[in-house]
Design a protein around this ligand. Structure first.
Ligand code: ADP
Ligand code: MG
Length: 281
C-alpha cells in the first residue's frame, strides 16, 4: 500500500463533452501526504478538473484515481468515504454556500454525521474563530465580502476535518488581509496533520507558502518537486508561460559563487537575512 501519497492520479484522461481537446491528458501525479502542495498552471491547464476528480465529482474516462494505493471504485459507500476524507473548497464560494449565515452553513455538513448538537456547536465555534469569522456567525451570507465568503466556504470544509483539503484558487481577488487570514487558518490545520493542496496562479504565493509544487500544462503534469527544484528551472516555467516568483528571480540572478550551498530564501525576510550574511563576509 502506498502510504506516502494522499491521492494519486494514474494516466487520467478526461474530455468534457463537445470540446476539442481533453482537459486531462493521461495525467499522472501524486499528492504527497502531510504537505502543503501548490498546483500551478495557467488558465485551462486542468487544475479545477483535477480537483473535481479528487473528490469523485468527475470520473476518469481512462486511467484511475488512487487513494491509499487503491483505485477508486465509485461505489456509493466508497464515494461517501472519499468525501469524508477529501474536502474541496470551490473557487466560487457561491457554489458552496447554501444556507443563510456562516454558523448555519458550517453546522449543516456536521448535522449529517450524527454528531450531537453540543459537539456541533463547539466544532463550529472553533472553526469560525480560527478563520476570524466568529463576529460574523449570524450575519446574512449575502452581506459578506468575497474574502469572508471564501473563508466561510473553507470553514464548512474544515469543520468536517478531512485528511486532505483541496482549495481552488483560494486567494484570487482577496485583499492582503483576507489572504493572510485564509493562509493562517490553513497553517493551523496543516500543523494538525491535514494535507493541504491549493490551485493558484500566484507564483509568489506558491513560492513562499508551498513545500511541494505540481506544475500542470495542457492537462498533464510538467513537473513536480520542491519549490527549490521547480523554481530553479526558469526556462521550463517560462516555456509554458509561467512567471518566476520575484524572490526566485532575484535569487537565481545573483552570482552562483555568492549563493552556492545556500538554500534559496522563500520569504522577503529570509532573503534579506541571507543577503546580509553573505555580503558581510
Ligand atoms: N464544464 C466544462 N465544460 C467544457 N469544458 C470545460 C469545462 N470546464 C473546464 N473545461 C475545459 O477544460 C480545460 C481545463 O479546464 P480547468 O480544469 O478549468 O483548468 P484550470 O482550472 O487550470 O483553469 C480547459 O480547456 C477548459 O476550457
Ligand atoms: Mg480553475
Amino acid at each position: 500500500m502506498d502510504t506516502e501519497n494522499s491521492l494519486a492520479f494514474d494516466g487520467v484522461l478526461f474530455h468534457y463533452p463537445d470540446t476539442k481537446a481533453p482537459a486531462l491528458r493521461e495525467l499522472t501525479v501524486s499528492i504527497p501526504k502531510g504537505r502543503k502542495t501548490a498546483v500551478l498552471g495557467h488558465n485551462g491547464s486542468g487544475k479545477s478538473t483535477m480537483f473535481l476528480h479528487a473528490v469523485g465529482i468527475l470520473r476518469p474516462q481512462q486511467g484511475a484515481v488512487l487513494q491509499g494505493g487503491k483505485a477508486l471504485s465509485y461505489s456509493r459507500k466508497e464515494l461517501a468515504a472519499l468525501r469524508r476524507s477529501v474536502g474541496l473548497v470551490f473557487q466560487d464560494p457561491e457554489q458552496q454556500l447554501i444556507l443563510s449565515t456562516p454558523l448555519e452553513d458550517v453546522s449543516f455538513g456536521l448535522r449529517g454525521t450524527g454528531m450531537d448538537e453540543a459537539a456541533i456547536a463547539a466544532r463550529c465555534r472553533n472553526v469560525l474563530e480560527l478563520l476570524n469569522l466568529a463576529h460574523l456567525s449570524d450575519k446574512p451570507i449575502h452581506q459578506l465580502s468575497l474574502g469572508q465568503k471564501k473563508r466561510t466556504a473553507l470553514a464548512g470544509v474544515m469543520a468536517m476535518e478531512p485528511e486532505l483539503i483541496l482549495l481552488d484558487e483560494p486567494t484570487s481577488y482577496l485583499d492582503p488581509l483576507s489572504e493572510m487570514q485564509m493562509l493562517r487558518g490553513l497553517d493551523v490545520i496543516h500543523e494538525k496533520g491535514t494535507t493541504v493542496v491549493m490551485a493558484t496562479h500566484d507564483m509568489n504565493l506558491a513560492y513562499r507558502w508551498a513545500d511541494w509544487i505540481i506544475v500542470l500544462d495542457q492537462g498533464t503534469c510538467r513537473a513536480a518537486g520542491t519549490p527549490e527544484e521547480i523554481f530553479a528551472q526558469r526556462e521550463d516555467l517560462q516555456a509554458i508561460g509561467l512567471d518566476l516568483p520575484l524572490l526566485a528571480d532575484l535569487w537565481y540572478s545573483l552570482p552562483a559563487r555568492l549563493t552556492a550551498g545556500e538554500a534559496a530564501p522563500r520569504t522577503a525576510e529570509d532573503f534579506k537575512a541571507v543577503l546580509n550574511r553573505l555580503l558581510d563576509i
